[in-house]
Design a protein around this ligand. Structure first.
Ligand SMILES: Cc1cc2nc3c(=O)[nH]c(=O)nc-3n(C[C@H](O)[C@H](O)[C@H](O)COP(=O)(O)O)c2cc1C
Length: 186
């Protein structure tokens, strides 16, 4: 089976997650193409059986190019096995036990896109992203530090580099990709 993974990223989390999903799908004997939607425009999805679309979320919005891909291929995706995933700060709120906020973020990141484009995905992935304070502008950094630093420290998230936190749970991502492989075949 042939799979396309099309993603958009700002801080790199969605790229790494896409590559890990690709690795698992390859192990599951899929032929996989990974595309950064910001660098390459896909013209046609006809050859793919499975299409995975990923995006980082910032201020409740998808990366434009990932969203454009959904918009452009919404009709073609009706006949494909489709999966969507996002990279977000969800894991911080999950550790905090803030179920309402997690549900809200899932809805904004995933369910709203499904509704908006009338999609029928076989799987939705809600994964952690990267909080890299070094790569934010002054005001964004100040705001994000106030909002998230105490929570990151409280819940024992370890710095992946000075002032950067990687919220991705690789086992969760790999298990999701394995399940997706099964669903795509089924
Ligand atoms: C300015 C800014 C706004 C953000 N807004 C959100 C948000 O609304 N919801 C969310 O879940 N995560 C938010 N995040 C966290 C990102 O989702 C996280 O950084 C993720 O890694 C982005 O994906 P990417 O690394 O592929 O770009 C925000 C991060 C920044 C820096």
């Amino acid at each position: 089976m042939k799979a396309l993974i099309c993603y958009g990223t700002r801080y790199g989390a969605t790229k790494g997650t896409s590559e890990e999903i690709a690795k698992i799908l390859l192990e599951e004997n899929f032929d996989v193409k990974v595309v950064n939607a910001q660098e390459e425009k896909i013209k046609d999805v006809a050859e793919y059986d499975l299409v995975v679309v990923g995006s980082g979320v910032a201020c409740g919005r998808w990366i434009n190019e990932s969203e454009d891909f959904l918009k452009k291929f919404r009709k073609d995706l009706e006949n494909k096995k489709l999966a969507l995933f996002v990279s977000s700060v969800g894991p911080i709120y999950a550790k905090e036990g803030n179920i309402e906020e997690v549900a809200k973020m899932r809805k904004i990141g995933l369910d709203d896109r499904v509704m908006k484009y009338g999609l029928k995905p076989v799987s939705l992935g809600f994964f952690g992203g990267i909080i890299d304070f070094n790569r934010m502008g002054f005001l964004t950094r100040k705001g994000m530090e106030v909002a998230f630093k105490p929570l990151l420290q409280k819940h024992g998230f370890k710095e992946s580099a000075p002032d950067a936190y990687d919220l991705r749970d690789w086992d969760e991502i790999r298990n999701w990709a394995k399940e997706l492989a099964k669903k795509a075949r089924g």
